[in-house]
Write a protein that binds this ligand. Structure first.
Ligand code: NAP
Length: 462
């Protein structure tokens, strides 16, 4: 008996250490792979340790759960990298639903004999769990574009949202004082379920990265609260790690998008976005062929490549690597400018470029590269749009006004590879395309970069 309990404790301790190491290692591209292995091993040990518990009377149900989870989880793990944000939002939704269901069963098992501290953490668990459940489903729906991405705003929205949250907290307080008021419990779950929906509807597409990491944080905190309810140190630690890392990421993302700390805490409260029209006026643009682009690039001394979501969609990273090789061979100094919210998930561009073996020291963050643009001959934008939009600096009515951008317009020549004049994720026009020194290179990122590479290697045009 003592032996198996000791074994469980040791398993949990190793799992906890692996979770901490996993986070530490994931913070650098050179150790990120080990970080993933450590996290996976930690989770496997946590599950194994839990299965050793004497409290489990019947393994049949556990097995059914494991099989069902695997049936849902394996296809989820195989989605394209561009769909990872919505996949992550779905994982948060499942986790939060689980936390809410565990909290609900614990309440009905224990009521009315629930001490105040226990009832307080149980309330926190189900409030955070249920608002994260619906909020994450909404975020996944918006990212998958099955729900409208435009913010839906109405007068008094902040008041309604705060009132809902206040009501849920008030009911929690009543239950802490009178845990025998069992009939109030379903309302304690229902209100945050509605709140989760209301929290996300006013938030537009461009703010989604912050929302996803914020929901990550909420899911972690609800799991930590569940750890108190179930008296599980492992859950408390894992939930706290998840909650705090999600929160730190939210702060980093909000800084990258120029959102205030209150916006982070309250998931975009108070931010009424006047969504600009995504339709492009027929303003003139200059376009160029791969042959012309190749000639300009090979005559340059300094080139900064700015990748974005379009590079990910086209899976153009390996062609970009060939372009990098071709240019460096000719003595051109090539660097990459990475915006923190380029693509559809934090680190999206870093992962793709690392996959194509671009040296890490050539990937520079927005703050590191922005000073270089005035001395740059060519800023080559590959499938990026919002993160290069100068309207963020100048147009106070723009939904992305205030978001720091890559200052590509300061380069001597700007070249933009994209298929059309269509808008990016935020659904807004980009004045960069109409500047005198901007050349549009219309085409699929992979195909167009491939054509430039052929031009550089003397393969000729067509
Ligand atoms: P973006 O603003 O979404 O623009 C991507 C551009 O790529 C589009 O304008 C599109 O134009 C082009 N494109 C699409 N497929 C292409 C292809 N096959 N070949 C060439 N071009 C292609 O992307 P971004 O500049 O990377 O900015 C990211 C946006 O996503 C920001 O608004 C950010 O807030 C948001 N977001 C980021 C995250 C995150 O964590 N990184 C998460 C969610 C949302 P065409 O259709 O004309 O080709």
């Amino acid at each position: 008996m003592i032996g198996s309990e000791l074994l469980i404790e040791i398993t949990y301790l190793i799992a906890t250490a692996l979770f901490v190491l996993s986070l530490k290692w994931m913070s650098s591209p050179t150790t990120a792979r080990n970080g993933i292995w450590a996290g996976e091993l930690g989770m496997a040990l946590a599950i194994a340790g839990t299965l050793l518990h004497k409290g489990i009377v019947d393994y049949k149900l556990v097995l059914i759960g494991l099989v069902l989870g695997a049936i849902i989880g394996i296809p989820l793990g195989k989605v394209a990298m561009t769909a990872v944000p919505q996949r992550t939002a779905l994982s948060h939704a499942f986790g939060a639903l689980c936390v809410t269901l565990v909290g609900t069963s614990e309440f009905y098992l224990r009521a009315p004999n629930i001490p105040p501290f226990m009832m307080a953490v149980l309330s926190m668990e189900v409030i955070l769990g249920s608002l994260t459940f619906t909020g994450s489903l909404m975020a996944a729906g918006k990212l998958q574009e099955v729900l409208p991405q435009r913010p839906i705003v109405y007068k008094g929205q902040n008041f309604v949202n705060l009132a809902l949250l206040g009501l849920a907290v008030a009911i929690a307080v009543v239950l802490v004082l009178h845990p025998d008021q069992v009939k109030l419990f379903p309302i304690l779950i229902f209100i945050p379920l509605v709140f989760g929906v209301m929290l996300i509807i006013p938030i537009g597409g461009a703010d989604m990265p912050t929302v996803i990491s914020l929901l990550n944080s909420y899911a972690g905190l609800s799991a930590a609260a569940m750890g108190f309810v179930l008296n599980s140190k492992l859950l408390i630690i894992a939930g706290a790690l998840d909650g705090s890392s999600g929160f730190i990421l939210s702060v980093i993302m909000s800084k990258a998008m120029n959102r205030s700390f209150t916006n982070v805490l309250f998931g975009g409260f108070g931010q009424i976005q006047t969504a600009a029209s995504g339709t492009e006026e027929a303003k003139p643009v200059k376009s160029a062929t791969a042959e012309e682009a190749g000639a300009i690039l090979s005559a340059a001394n300094k080139v900064v490549i700015v990748p974005g979501y379009g590079m990910a969609v086209a899976q153009a990273q390996h062609k970009v690597r060939e372009l990098y090789d071709g240019l460096t061979k000719r003595g051109v100094d090539v660097k990459f400018g990475i915006h923190p919210v380029a693509g559809r998930m934090p680190g999206h561009m870093n992962v793709l470029l690392a996959e194509a073996d671009i040296p890490y020291d050539k990937l520079l963050s927005m703050d590191e590269i922005n000073g270089d643009f005035p001395q740059t001959d060519v800023a080559l934008i590959i499938g990026a749009n919002d993160v290069t939009n100068p309207a963020a600096r100048t147009d106070a009515s723009s939904p992305i006004y205030g978001m720091p951008i890559l200052d590509v317009d300061k380069a001597r020549t700007v070249m933009v590879i994209k298929r059309s004049m269509a808008a990016g994720f935020a659904g807004i026009e980009n004045p960069l395309y109409h500047l005198d020194h901007t050349l549009m290179l219309f085409g699929d990122a992979k195909g167009f970069v491939g054509n430039i590479v052929r031009e550089l290697s003397g393969g000729g045009g067509h």
